[in-house]
Ligand binder design. Sequence first.
Ligand SMILES: Nc1nc2c(c(=O)[nH]1)N[C@H]1C(S)=C(S)[C@@H](COP(=O)(O)O)O[C@H]1N2
Ligand SMILES: [Mo]
Length: 231
Amino acid sequence: MKLKLKDDLPPGQYELMEFPRFGLTKFAGRFPDRPNEHSILIKAGINQLNWLADQPARLQRINQRCDFHCVTTWSKRGLNWSGFRFSVFYENIVVPLLQPESHTKYVIFRCQDGFRARLLLTNVLAPDVLLADRLENAPLSIAHGAPLRLIAPAQYGYKSAKHIKVIEFCQDDRAYTAPLFEFMDHPRARVEHEERGKFLPGPIFRWLYRPLVNPVRRKFRIALTNHRTTS
Ligand SMILES: Nc1nc2c(c(=O)[nH]1)N[C@H]1C(S)=C(S)[C@@H](COP(=O)(O)O)O[C@H]1N2
Ligand SMILES: [Mo]
């Protein structure tokens, strides 16, 4: 799918030429324990199944070029992902096999490094949301989310869960706790509306987060180098 890339960046964002490994610093030194494990646990109410993400016979593979916007104000433009449309996965796998409740409102992603993300079902069903297993014509690296990650281009990067282990469909979000602070975790996190976090206007978060970008990038880079030399 070709998305129309906008000429301007969304409000408060600046462009990076590289695509750094990034996140909350508490996850910098945590890595997927099974980066080649393509079995994902999918749950809806009391129903669950193991889905093999590398043999999705019923799902059409698509390529998508889109921009990536981190809440800390950096953006990487024009990344080429390959994978499966989340809405097609939902209609062809989740609905027929797990019969989620009609009141399903949230989708919770749990990751191999302990990270988690909560999205509204209406947001993940947007046509540009992917379960991606390839970036720039190569399988996802450990840095960028192996074996499988979400790509939700309209949401800030913290919704694009890497190293997915479990996907849960729920009516409420009681099973979810934010990976750091609840105020940093906006339920929609729409980039266009600058929904960076809760309680405070978006532009305030720019000034809180921007000074952290370089130190966080450095922490993530050093941790990856150490991981490569010790494993
Ligand atoms: N499993 C996992 N997913 C994650 C994170 C993480 O630390 N662990 N960080 C999030 C944040 S804050 C961002 S900006 C993006 C960064 O993606 P990248 O490392 O591929 O650049 O991943 C998101 N998904
Ligand atoms: Mo981020």
